[in-house]
Design a protein around this ligand. Structure first.
Ligand code: NAD
Ligand code: UDP
Length: 339
C-alpha cells in the first residue's frame, strides 16, 4: 500500500504540484486545505494528471480536533506543511493574521503530530528569512535577518521546529527554504493564479502576455546588476515538488534536522525574464522601468550545494522551460480554475 502523506495547503500552488510528484513516487497524498487561497477545482485537474484525485479534507490546520481525527483515522507516514499565508505586503498591514496562521498553525500541527507519534515533517520556509545580504550565493549558514512579519513568521517556525527536534531525536524535520518558485506543470492543467493584481514578477509578466494587463512596471533599473534590474533565483515548481519527495526519502533514511535551500544557484534579471517569456510566448511584453520597490534587494541567489549533497536533488529545468510552462498554463487558463 502507498504510504499516506498529509499535505497541508495541498490545493495551493506548490502543494498541488507536489501532489503530482508524490503520486509519481508512489505516495498517497491526503490534502488538508481551507481554500483561503486556492480553488477546489484543482482536484479535477489533478485527477487528469495523476489518474485519480488525491483525497482531500476541507479544514484549517489550526483545528486541533480535526488534526487528531485525521491522524487517528489512518496511518500517516509524514507531513508536508505548506498551509500558510505568503504575501509580504499583507503581512506588514496585518501581522497578527500572519503570526496566527503561520506560527500558531505550525505549532498546532506539530503538537498533533507529537500526540499521534508521527515524527516526519517537511516545512515550507523561504529565502525571505535571509533578508538583505551582500554575500552571494546565499548559503544556509548566512545570518537570518528577515525584514517583514512574513519572514519573521517563517524564522519563528524554523526555530520552534529546531528546538522540538533537539528535544526528541525521533523527529525527522526538514526546513526547505525556497527561492523564487515559478512555472507550472508541463500539462498546462495546474498552475498559479493569484487573486487580483499579482505582486510577483512571473504571474505579472504572463498576464501582460495574455492581454489581461497593459504593461509590466519594472521595479528599478539602477541596481548594481549587469542590466540594472533585480536578479533572483527562479526555480521551477516541479523541481521544487521533486525536492519535497527527495526530502521525504531522506527523512526515511535518517532522523534529525536538515535545513536546505531549494534554488538553482543561478540568478536571472527582470529583463532576462521578460526576454525569456517573449521567446516562450511569441508575444512582445510591454514594460516600463520605474522606481525601486521598497524593501527589495538588488540580487539574491542560492547556494544549492547542501541540498544536492544531502538529498541528491538538483533543479533540472531552466528559465526557458519555466516561461514555456507558465505560458501554457496562462494561455489555457486565463482566469485560473474558472477557465
Ligand atoms: P498558496 O497560497 O498557493 O498555497 C497555500 C495553501 O494553504 C492554499 O491552498 C491555502 O488555501 C492554504 N491555507 C492557508 N492557510 C491555511 C490554513 N490555516 N489551514 C488550511 N489551509 C490553509 O501558496 P504557495 O505558493 O503554494 O506556498 C506554499 C508555502 O510555501 C507557503 O507556506 C509559503 O509561505 C511558502 N513559500 C512560498 C513561496 C512562493 O513564492 N510561492 C516562496 C517561499 C515559501
Ligand atoms: N518585479 C518587477 N515588477 C513586478 C514584480 C516584481 O520588476 O511587477 C521585480 C522585483 O523588483 C524583483 C523581481 O522582479 O527584482 C522578483 O520579484 P518577486 O516579487 O517575484 O519576488 P521577490 O521580490 O520576493 O524575490
Amino acid at each position: 500500500m502507498s504510504p499516506t502523506i498529509l499535505v497541508t495547503g495541498g490545493a495551493g500552488f506548490i502543494g498541488s504540484h507536489t501532489c503530482v510528484a508524490l503520486a509519481a513516487a508512489g505516495y498517497a497524498p491526503l490534502v488538508l486545505d481551507n481554500f483561503c487561497n486556492s480553488d477546489v477545482r484543482v482536484f479535477e485537474r489533478l485527477a487528469r494528471i495523476i489518474g485519480s484525485a488525491p483525497r482531500f479534507v476541507e479544514g484549517d490546520v489550526r483545528d486541533r480536533a480535526l488534526l487528531d481525527r485525521l491522524f487517528a483515522e489512518q496511518p500517516i507516514a509524514g507531513v508536508i506543511h505548506f498551509a500558510g499565508l505568503k504575501s509580504v505586503g499583507e503581512s506588514v498591514s496585518d501581522p497578527l493574521a500572519y503570526y496566527d496562521n503561520n506560527v500558531h498553525g505550525s505549532l498546532v500541527l506539530a503538537a498533533a503530530m507529537e500526540a499521534a507519534s508521527v515524527h516526519t515533517l517537511i516545512f515550507s520556509s523561504s529565502a525571505t528569512v535571509y533578508g538583505a545580504t551582500d554575500r552571494l550565493p546565499i548559503g544556509e549558514g548566512e545570518a537570518l535577518q528577515p525584514t517583514n512579519p512574513y519572514g519573521h513568521s517563517k524564522q519563528m517556525v524554523e526555530q520552534a521546529l529546531a528546538d522540538l527536534q533537539r528535544s526528541d531525536p525521533r523527529w525527522r524535520i526538514t526546513l526547505l527554504r525556497y527561492f523564487n518558485p515559478v512555472g507550472a506543470h508541463e500539462s498546462g492543467l495546474i498552475g498559479e493564479h493569484p487573486h487580483g493584481k499579482p505582486n510577483n514578477l512571473m504571474p505579472y509578466v504572463s498576464q501582460v502576455a495574455v492581454g489581461l494587463r497593459d504593461k509590466l512596471a519594472v521595479h528599478g533599473g539602477d541596481y548594481p546588476t549587469p542590466d540594472g534590474t533585480g536578479v533572483r533565483d527562479y526555480v521551477h515548481v516541479m523541481d521544487l515538488a521533486e525536492g519535497h519527495v527527495a526530502a521525504l526519502r531522506h527523512a526515511e533514511r535518517q532522523a534529525g534536522l536538515a535545513t536546505l535551500n531549494l534554488g538553482t544557484g543561478r540568478g536571472t534579471s527582470v529583463l532576462e525574464v521578460v526576454k525569456a517569456f517573449e521567446r516562450a510566448s511569441g508575444r512582445s511584453i510591454a514594460y516600463e522601468i520605474g522606481p525601486r520597490r521598497t524593501g527589495d534587494v538588488p540580487s539574491n541567489w542560492a547556494d544549492p550545494a547542501l541540498a544536492q549533497a544531502t538529498l541528491g536533488w538538483r533543479a533540472q529545468r531552466g528559465i526557458d522551460q519555466m516561461c514555456a510552462d507558465s505560458w501554457r498554463w496562462q494561455q489555457a487558463n486565463p482566469r485560473g480554475y474558472e477557465s
